[in-house]
Write a protein that binds this ligand. Structure first.
Ligand code: FES
Ligand code: ZN
Ligand code: ZN
Length: 320
């Protein structure tokens, strides 16, 4: 197996490109594909300060590493979700990566800072754990970006993630979600710009990237994601990809090229809100469409219903 660029010994095959690469040229491919995505969708400009949403997993550490290599000024933000050992370990990985590269990692913890964690909060609010988790992450990442004066929030969503979400949205014809399933959401209504520079790379690519760069990431998947429909969509897409290399890429990128604009709303907004925001949340000041934003509403329900468990130092007072 030879590298298609230098003809030296290859370390990985990339079937959708019908090519093999040595370490140097695979790492370059990952950076080039990321830079191409950033440019194609006008995600970032020179001089932008970006905040990377870091989980300690392969995707978020890979995107943080690649952006730094590409010369961006990128801090990390980690939100502790209170999911037992999984959360403790994920924070260790994020911290070790930041320290090894001298990068700034900002941290926040749902239980310590907001009085609830994902398992208890989702039960109290009668949401699935992933829904309570996603809502909390979006709100806290946005708030951290606003507070820190960052130009954009970067997430490590990859091609497998986006293709699986697209499959779920198409299967149920969730046209409102389809309208927002873009690799960039511009800044508007007080929400920061959000970008996904890894949408050309697969999970296998980001895992290989981390391995070859010596990045020690958290391998375990979130224990609360068991039964999540996206995992079955990913498995189905992997089967299709096995027989038709490049199918995932075509599914997602042709959607962007040929179909996404058909679902474009007149007023796209953040996923955590149902309609266009009109006023600041009366509790936290975040832009929202109701008197209280979805995160503060979740916090109220969770902290009213859930007794504080070990590790909580205070219950955050949330006024109605
Ligand atoms: Fe959010 Fe698992 S990481 S529920
Ligand atoms: Zn090579
Ligand atoms: Zn709020």
């Amino acid at each position: 197996m030879k590298c298609q660029v230098c003809r030296g010994p290859a370390v990985i095959d990339v079937r959708r490109h019908n090519a093999n690469f040595c370490q140097e040229h695979f790492l370059r491919l990952c950076r080039d594909q990321t830079a191409k995505t950033i440019k194609q969708f006008s995600m970032l400009s020179d001089g932008d300060r970006v905040l990377v949403a870091v989980s300690g997993g392969k995707d978020s550490l890979a995107v943080w590493d690649i952006l730094t290599e590409l010369g961006y000024d990128a801090d990390g933000f980690y939100l502790g979700l209170g999911i037992g050992e999984y959360s403790d370990t994920s924070l260790d990985h994020a911290r070790r990566f930041a320290e090894s590269r001298g990068l700034a990692l900002h941290t926040e913890d749902l239980l310590r800072d907001h009085g609830f964690d994902v398992p208890n909060g989702s039960r109290a609010a009668k949401r699935t754990p992933c829904s309570a988790c996603g809502l909390s992450k979006r709100h806290r990442f946005d708030e951290a970006a606003r507070r820190g004066g960052f130009d954009a929030v970067v997430t490590g969503h990859n091609l497998d993630d986006e293709a699986a979400v697209l499959m779920g949205n198409v299967l149920h014809w969730q046209t409102d979600y389809l309208s927002r399933q873009l690799p960039i959401l511009p800044e508007r209504h007080g929400f920061p710009r959000k970008v996904k520079p890894l949408v050309r790379l697969t999970e296998r690519d980001t895992a290989a990237y981390c391995l070859l760069r010596g990045i020690d990431y958290l391998v375990d998947e979130c224990p609360m994601a068991v039964g999540n429909k996206h995992l079955s969509y990913k498995a189905a897409l992997n089967d299709i990809e096995y027989d038709s290399p490049g199918a995932k890429h075509a599914f997602y990128f042709r959607f962007l090229d040929q179909a996404a604009h058909r679902f474009a709303p007149s007023d796209a907004i953040d996923e955590s809100e149902d309609v266009a925001p009109v006023s600041p949340c009366s509790n936290c000041g975040a832009p929202c469409s109701n008197e209280v934003c979805a995160f503060c509403s979740l916090t109220m329900r969770a902290t009213e219903a859930v007794p504080i468990e070990m590790g909580a130092t205070r219950r955050r007072k949330v006024s109605r």
